[in-house]
Design a protein around this ligand. Sequence first.
Ligand SMILES: [Zn+2]
Length: 506
Amino acid sequence: MRRIEIFDTTLRDGEQSPGATLNIDEKLAIAHQLAKLKVDTIEAGFPIASEDDFSSVKLIAENVAGPYICGLCRAVDADIIRAWDAVKYSDKPRIHTFIATSDLHLKYKLKKSRSEVLSMAKKAVGLARSFSERVEFSCEDASRSDPKFLCKVIGAAIEEGACVVNIPDTVGYSEVDEFGKLISYIREHVENIDGAVISVHCHNDLGLAVANSLEAVRRGAGQVECTVNGIGERAGNAALEEVVMNLKTKGSYFGCDCSVDTKEIYNTSRMVSRYTGIDVQRNKAIVGKNAFAHEAGIHQHGMLANPLCYEIMSPASIGKKTELVIGKHSGRHAVVSALEEFGYSFDGDELDLIVAKIKALADKQKSVLSDDIVAIADDVLCRSSVGNRYVVLDEVKVTCGNKVGAYADVKVRIDGKMKSACADGVGPVDAATNAIKKILGPEIVLREYELKAITGGTDALADVALVVAGKDGKEYRARGLDEDIVMASVKAIVNGVNMVRRGKKN
Ligand SMILES: [Zn+2]
């Protein structure tokens, strides 16, 4: 069996998803989880892009052991030096440098000739190699490049010492067979190709990122670049969990395996979704809420007789636990072990707060389901990551009904000073939002508002997810949780204001 390397770019390409801002603590936590998942490489960021990016790549390089820690850089000296300065703290550092090879990018973006690009690629790999043995070189927009020129650049990069050559379908334009043929063409036409591992990096614009990656593996690629939950630029990247579970479930078909610990997939997926604020679609393969749910009676009957009738993988194989229920009479120990089951580790005040909240909900609802436990834990996590709070909610009063207009009275403390405002609106949530806006002025703009009930019933926890933007247009995702939809909305807005106020991502 060939071993396929899994190169995770959740923290680089994934973080480029619109609205997916991660702070430095969240990035470090995800990197630790990716190490637990046993990916081969973590692309931790693009160090020259910003001071924040540099610091988080450096922090991950200093603290996360196991995988290679990689930094992305364009094929220019300053980028490469900056990337090395960030990753050099790792025991297993890696530099990933790239330049576009398609005529379209050469003409309009780089404004350079083919020979200029070729010499830039050589120079970049040479410089990167002077720092690190492990250098990956990418031909951006490879799938729309002239295959002959592409092969020439790849051959030159390998000659300069690149040990991985990456073939991205940058714009997600390839069909499966086309992409597979490109990989075969490269293997046939680059003389020194055996001197490097072929990597692929596919985007999902036409929904083919995973299929294209797997076809490339079948044709000899040895590394797949992917992201958890498939997040990334535009329609995203190849989803790590789908690539891995294809290799694991159909190992004999591919003749390949990888070293990912699949039992960590579900927890990783949830962590990435929680920190980026990007929900996983219900019917998403592998990690969607419905991925292992059987609805039709005939299926349920078959499942009871033998799960193999309708299940090609088990939920346990990705670390998905059976439903846990905390009841009115469950003790603190049960709550703590339920949290551990979901990969949370809290202590001190945070743990006391979560236990109290879960038990309070159990008193009201009789039982608390897994999703409630996760939502409450996330809420507390989110609160602690907001850090020093500029706005603190003090009181909310609303009136609404079929014969009266919606009206809200909100009191908040801003930097310790109490301020209040009243406003009306089309409903109580709108009225409360308007009152907060009156107090704060034009400081934030609400871009998206999403409300959902965590579990069934009118007493269920309400989860509000917002996208807010500050005056500079920078977007942040914020959440609020409460049994009351108005309170959940107000909490989410206040969290959003605090995030915008903090300005930076961390
Ligand atoms: Zn990409």
